[in-house]
Design a protein around this ligand. Structure first.
Ligand code: PXP
Length: 239
């Protein structure tokens, strides 16, 4: 039975569209937990385009499940994480001009830097996850430098244009998840997952946790957040 962690970034996106105080991602996190979510995720971006420092601080105080902070592996964020102490940090690549996280992290490009970041976070008891494309070389490097979790990037799978492409891209995720689990790391998956494309993951019991935001917040606008979270939990618990 897999777990669902709910990303509340896009509640903050709606707030920022007006530049006022609502809707509040912290309240959303509470509702998601009451609806049964196993964890709450937020991405404090360097440009603070949605989640703000205040949100992260309050989420740390309010979240009763597990708080996962997504962040770039840069000094400023490492210092904030060491101060706030989320249960888990997910290291993601970040480009200023991107609409959302576009690809997995390229750990292979600079393993020594990432190893140092892992060390600084582990010192504070924070678990470290790497957001990676389904690429065995990246996964093996992350394992070697101390990752505890690999979150497999499902964005390319979710954007497949045909059944054949869905099948091929899913196959890469299957192989990556198996390799990650064989290395003894926990496997998560996320990005672009929705109420339809998540169902294929029934074939992949290695995935322990799903990280889902946009599709849940989109449904919440129409049916309410509690209902939207419950609908996704019903799917994820069946995987
Ligand atoms: N996982 C990671 C690492 C992400 O950066 C995001 C997007 O913030 C998600 C999961 C959730 O993606 P989505 O909002 O498409 O569900």
């Amino acid at each position: 039975m897999a777990r669902l962690a709910v990303n509340v970034d896009h509640v903050a996106t709606v707030r920022e569209a007006r530049g006022i105080q609502e809707p509040d991602p912290v309240l959303a996190a509470g509702i998601a937990e009451l609806a049964g979510a196993d964890g709450i995720i937020c991405h404090l971006r360097e440009d603070r385009r949605h989640i703000k420092d205040r949100d992260l601080t309050l989420l740390r105080q309010v979240v009763r499940t597990r708080l996962n902070m997504e962040m770039a592996a840069v000094d400023e964020m490492v210092e904030i994480a060491r101060e706030v102490c989320p249960d888990l940090v997910t290291l993601v690549p970040e480009k200023r001009e991107e609409l959302t996280t576009e690809g997995g992290l390229d750990v292979k490009s600079n393993p020594r830097h990432y190893e140092e970041v892992v060390g600084r976070l582990r010192e504070k008891g924070i678990e470290v996850s790497f957001f990676l494309d389904p690429d065995p070389d990246q996964i093996e490097t992350a394992h070697r430098i101390g990752a505890q979790i690999v979150e497999i990037h499902t964005g390319h799978y979710s954007e497949a244009a045909s059944e054949m492409e869905f099948g091929e891209r899913f196959e890469r995720i299957v192989n990556a998840a198996k390799r990650t689990a064989d290395l003894g790391l926990a496997v998560s998956a996320g990005h672009g997952l929705n109420y339809t494309n998540v169902k294929r993951f029934k074939a992949l019991p290695q995935v322990e946790e799903y990280s889902i935001g946009h599709s849940i917040v989109s449904r919440a606008v129409l049916v309410g957040l509690e209902q939207a979270v419950k609908d996704m939990i019903a799917l994820v618990k069946d995987l």
